[in-house]
Write a protein that binds this ligand. Structure first.
Ligand code: TXA
Ligand code: MG
Length: 352
């Protein structure tokens, strides 16, 4: 079993961070909190450590890892070309929930980038993450610390569930503040492209890069459009139950979810419902979870993976979720929800 190391985001214990950093330097694995989700860390410059990460997660090794840094100057060790626009983004959003993709240098092993000649880099803001990265020598490769195919972990207990016996140390720094993975922007293309939506929204990015584009594979249902981030092609963030998103006018959505829940229960199945604070009380059957207030997208994003994991624990067979608007962070929420649902959408009024 992994050692559980409890640390506080305001002023983490330096001696503990040094010890965890040493484990990384020696080729071990340490799971740690960031402001987005928990990461499964290994030394990014050590191909053996990257291999261990893929194995622990059960992740296909063609799916590249994000290299985490904690000093802007370290960017140049791993990125061969840093365009002016990327520096402006770093200036505005780093440290923070933003990952940028560049041409890689030879310092980054092919194992870490899944064989690609580009590298994804993030400078997280969480003080525990920063302290650990520095103690490890500056470069920590970390995918989300979940078993491949499960929702990303937003608390140490989620990491223990998935990887408790597969890593050396799990740092418990409490709940991740944001709860959804970072926004990914690819700077190997010009104009740059958003490959994964997140807390740093398209609207915020366009204040720095007015001609920013979005990868059409992000929300597309059409499987002909291949997402450019290799990880986005896998059925990801998936709960064990079959999940469908119900779309239409609010009253009709509530009506259809009520009806489908009743049908499932009649057939002896266990049904879960993802509702908003505004509609929660309107459901009288099924395991109802209120994910937050409809107008508060940050709250909904923060609760999404915890709700999906809770349904796994309750072993529900089907989940019906209300749909969410997609401006601002709503796009990131719908992106994750659609992937979790395998793009199963039910329209009220019979449209399919
Ligand atoms: O918030 C986050 O980004 C978290 C925390 C731990 O930093 N990490 C995370 O990593 O979500 P992961 O591995 O679960 O997702 C990384 C995504 C994958 O979809 C991967 O395919 C994509 O980034 N990616 C990594 N390197 C890439 C590259 N060179 N080109 C295109 N996509 C890349
Ligand atoms: Mg992940």
């Amino acid at each position: 079993m992994a050692e559980i190391m409890k640390l506080s985001s305001d002023g983490p214990d330096q001696a503990m961070l040094e010890r965890a950093g040493r484990v990384l330097k020696e080729g071990g694995l340490v799971a740690f909190p960031t402001e987005t989700v928990y990461g499964l860390g290994g030394n990014a410059l050590d191909p053996g450590a990257s291999e261990k990460i893929y194995k622990a997660k059960g992740r296909p090794s063609d799916n590249p890892l994000i290299v985490h840094i904690a000093r802007l100057s370290d960017l140049y060790t791993v990125a061969a070309e840093v365009p002016e626009k990327a520096l402006k983004m770093a200036d505005k959003f780093w440290p923070g929930p933003l990952t940028m993709i560049f041409r890689k240098t030879d310092a980054v092993p092919d194992k870490t980038t899944g064989g690609l000649d580009s590298v994804a880099v993030r400078f997280p803001s969480d003080p525990i993450a920063q302290g650990l990265i520095l103690a490890a020598g500056g470069f920590v490769a970390a995918p989300s610390a979940n078993t491949s195919g499960r929702p990303s972990p937003v608390s140490a207990s989620h990491v223990i569930e998935d990887l408790g016996d597969k890593v050396d140390i799990i740092i418990d720094g409490g709940e991740a503040v944001i709860g959804l993975e970072s926004t990914i922007v690819d700077f190997t293309e010009e104009p740059p492209v958003i490959l994964r939506p997140g807390y740093i929204t398209r609207e915020k990015i366009s204040t720095v890069i007015p001609d920013i584009r979005t990868d059409p594979g992000i929300i597309a249902e059409n499987s002909d459009i291949r997402p450019k981030a290799p990880g986005m092609k896998y059925r990801h963030y998936a709960p064990k139950a079959s999940l469908s998103i119900v779309e239409g006018p609010e009253e009709e959505v509530v009506g259809l979810i009520r009806e489908l829940t009743h049908d499932s229960i009649t057939k002896g199945k266990k049904a879960g419902i993802i509702a908003t604070d505004e509609t929660c009380a309107k459901y009288t059957e099924g395991n109802v979870k209120c994910i937050g207030s409809r107008g508060d997208e940050e709250e909904i994003a923060h609760n999404l993976y915890t709700v999906l994991r809770a349904f796994d624990d309750e072993e529900v067979d089907v989940i019906l979720s209300e749909s969410f608007d997609s401006p601002g962070m709503g796009q990131a929420i719908m992106n994750r929800l659609l992937k979790a649902a395998g793009h199963s959408i039910l329209y009220t009024g019979g449209k399919t």
